[in-house]
Each structure stands twice: as structure tokens, then as C-alpha cells.
Design a protein around this ligand. Structure first.
Ligand SMILES: [Zn+2]
Length: 375
């Protein structure tokens, strides 16, 4: 009986079946001036569109492969030119379509740290910016939660906020770059733009509101708290994913896909990443030692990376590629915060104390570099 029903269903909805293997973008009209495009199904992240007398402005542009589909959806609504793209951050599922829309004439706006991601932007902004467009003052605030180049973007007329991946209602959290501190600051920044009527669009999942975001903050705090308790007991990520309480907390995050499961591998990875961002052993690096490492380093396999210090923290970054925090473990050894098992060790000339270079692993592969210049 059940099988017959399924067969009948498939017959009746075969057009949907075709689109199930080839996902389509779902469009939601917020007002005559504002639309939201749902990613998902491998298309990329959610995107937004402001339309008005100045033209079209997009928030995020899905992947490079799906940007033409997004453009086709836009053209069903308006033939006005796409003037600007603002990225919530530089990840490929949000900013992969930048080049496509740049070729269509758009100016790409990104946070300046996106320079150290695969995304390219024409205008790089710092901590905050505003843009007068279509009769409103669009505002953006820089936070560091999911990446070093996150931006919370606010459109006052339609009272709508884009959080990028600093918020989701379909997964346990994937905000790691600055651990719980960064995640909570990002939530505060989004709530700072919000009232009870605000539409909040997460990077992935369905549209939400301030109470959904506050609930996310509670769930996040429970997630961190439980992982801390289990970590204090000496448990690994693989052991933690069998903890009933943590499983219950995990399920709370699935607001949109209630009853769905998070794949075990993904669950363990998210727990491991939380451990790797929030529960890395900290070694108190003396200031003079920290000041010795910044500089320009040439990688053995080609390319140049930079070590720099900011707010008493050390970072490693490469243009067009990556930016990571170095978590000191000893005078010379650093774990790459967030990147699980990756770490580097600086080589120091024992006689002169000069830093020669470093070696270790990054993104799971070997890396070695020679210092070629001071900052
Ligand atoms: Zn994303």
C-alpha cells in the first residue's frame, strides 16, 4: 500500500522529481523592494535582493556554478542592473558567484579580511559601513564568529537582517573562528539591529526572527556548556557524540528540519571543531617572544604567508587563501586554532635568537616556510 502511494506520488509530481535531482532556487517576496532566495540542496547559501530606483543590490550570490541560476531568478523579477554585491563572508557557497556578477557590472563589497579567502572584493570595509542605496541606509557590522570576515547586514526599510553563517536554524553551530566569544558577539550585533518585527535571514535554513536568534543563543550556550563538562571529564569528540544530553542539545538546533538527523560524521566534526576553537590548551607566550614571530615568510611550495600580531594574538594568513589564529603551546609550537590537528613549530637560530622559519601541517598537509622579511 505504502509503495503504491509512493508510486502514485512520483507519477503525479514527476516535475518535482526532476527538480529534486536538480535543485531549484526558491524565491520569497518580502516586499516590492526586497526578495530572499533560498539556497540549500547544494545550491549554496541564502541570498537577498534589494530593488529600487538605484537598481539591484544583492547580499551573497551562492556558488560560482549556481550564480547563473540566481541571475535567472533575478531576471524573472526585474531587469534593473545589479549594482552591488555585499558578502556576509568569503566562503564559496556565499561569495562563489562574485566573479559572475562582477562581469555583469556589479561592484563587490566585502570585509577586508575576505582578502585572505578565495573571495575577491572591489571595496573592502573595516568594522562597520553604511551605504545609501534605494532610498535607505544599508548598514553592516563586522564580527568574527564563523570567519574572520563575517558581516551582519541590515536593511532598515524592510527591517531585514542577514547574518551569514554566524546563525543557522538547521544545524548545530558552525561558528568557530573566535569560539564562543565571537559567536556571542555576533548574536549581540544582530540583535542590536533587531526589534521584534525584524526578519532575520541565516546563511543556511529558513527565515527567522529575534526570538529565534535569542533561542539560538541559549542553545549555543548549552552546547558549549555540555562540551566543556564532557571535556573536563577527558572525553574526545568521538566519545562526546554518544552523550545523550549532547544529542538532545544537538536536536534543538534543527528548527527548520525538525525531526531530521545530523549525520554522525558531521556531528562529530562540529563537536571536534568546537573543542578545537574553545578548548585548546593555552600557553602564556611572553610578549617579547610573541613580538619575534611577525613577518613575511616564503613557503617551500611557493607563495608567501604573513605572521602578524593583533590584540596580543598571533595570526597566519595568505592573500586569496586563508587566515588562522596561532594558539601557543610552548615558546615555539603553535596549534592552528579551529583546524583540529594542525600545528606549526617555529625554527629559531639558537645563537642569535632570530626566527628562521616554521614547519608543520596546515589543512591536513605539510607546510614549511622561511622568514624573508620583518613586518
Ligand atoms: Zn555557508
Amino acid at each position: 500500500m505504502k509503495r503504491m502511494f509512493v508510486a502514485l506520488f512520483l507519477l503525479l509530481f514527476c516535475s518535482i522529481c526532476a527538480s529534486a535531482s536538480e535543485p531549484a532556487i526558491t524565491t520569497k517576496k518580502i516586499s516590492d523592494n526586497f526578495y530572499v532566495f533560498y539556497g540549500g540542496g547544494g545550491l549554496g547559501a541564502n541570498a537577498g535582493m534589494s530593488i529600487g530606483e538605484d537598481g539591484v543590490l544583492l547580499v551573497d550570490v551562492m556558488k560560482d556554478t549556481t550564480a547563473p541560476m540566481l541571475y535567472a531568478e533575478i531576471r524573472k523579477i526585474t531587469d534593473k542592473p545589479v549594482k552591488y554585491v555585499i558578502n556576509t563572508h568569503g566562503d564559496f557557497d556565499h561569495a562563489g558567484g562574485n566573479n559572475f556578477f562582477k562581469e555583469k557590472g556589479a561592484v563587490i563589497i566585502g570585509q577586508s579580511n575576505a582578502h585572505y579567502s578565495s573571495a575577491k572584493s572591489d571595496i573592502k570595509i573595516g568594522n562597520a559601513f553604511t551605504l545609501e542605496f534605494n532610498g535607505e541606509t544599508i548598514a553592516a557590522k563586522h564580527v568574527e564568529a564563523h570567519s574572520f570576515n563575517d558581516m551582519i547586514i541590515y536593511f532598515p526599510i524592510d527591517n531585514i537582517i542577514f547574518t551569514g553563517d554566524t546563525f543557522t536554524n538547521q544545524s548545530p553551530p558552525y561558528s568557530f573562528i573566535d569560539g564562543a566569544r565571537g559567536q556571542l558577539m555576533a548574536i549581540e550585533a544582530a540583535l542590536g539591529f533587531s526589534d521584534e518585527e525584524t526578519t532575520i535571514v541565516p546563511g543556511h535554513g529558513g527565515i527567522d526572527n529575534a526570538s529565534g536568534l535569542r533561542a539560538y543563543r541559549e542553545k549555543f550556550t548549552a552546547w558549549i556548556g555540555r562540551i566543556k563538562t564532557l571535556h573536563d571529564k577527558g572525553m574526545t569528540a568521538a566519545e562526546m557524540v554518544r552523550d545523550a544530553k549532547l544529542n538532545e542539545i544537538k536536536q534543538r538546533f534543527l528548527v527548520i528540519n525538525k525531526g531530521e538527523e545530523v549525520a554522525d560524521a558531521r556531528f562529530e566534526r562540529l563537536v571536534a571543531r568546537t573543542l578545537s576553537s574553545d578548548f585548546v590548551d593555552a600557553y602564556a607566550l611572553p610578549e617579547e617572544v610573541r613580538d619575534a614571530y611577525p613577518g613575511i615568510y616564503r613557503k617551500a611550495e611557493g607563495g608567501v604567508v604573513e605572521v602578524f600580531s593583533e590584540n596580543d594574538r598571533l595570526f597566519l594568513r595568505q592573500e586569496g587563501a586563508f587566515m588562522w589564529e596561532l594558539a601557543p603551546q610552548s615558546l615555539t609550537e603553535f596549534k592552528i586554532r579551529v583546524l583540529l590537528g594542525d600545528s606549526i613549530v617555529f625554527n629559531v637560530n639558537r645563537d642569535t635568537g632570530a626566527v628562521i622559519g616554521f614547519e608543520g601541517t596546515l589543512h591536513g598537509g605539510p607546510i614549511s616556510a622561511k622568514r624573508i622579511a620583518a613586518p
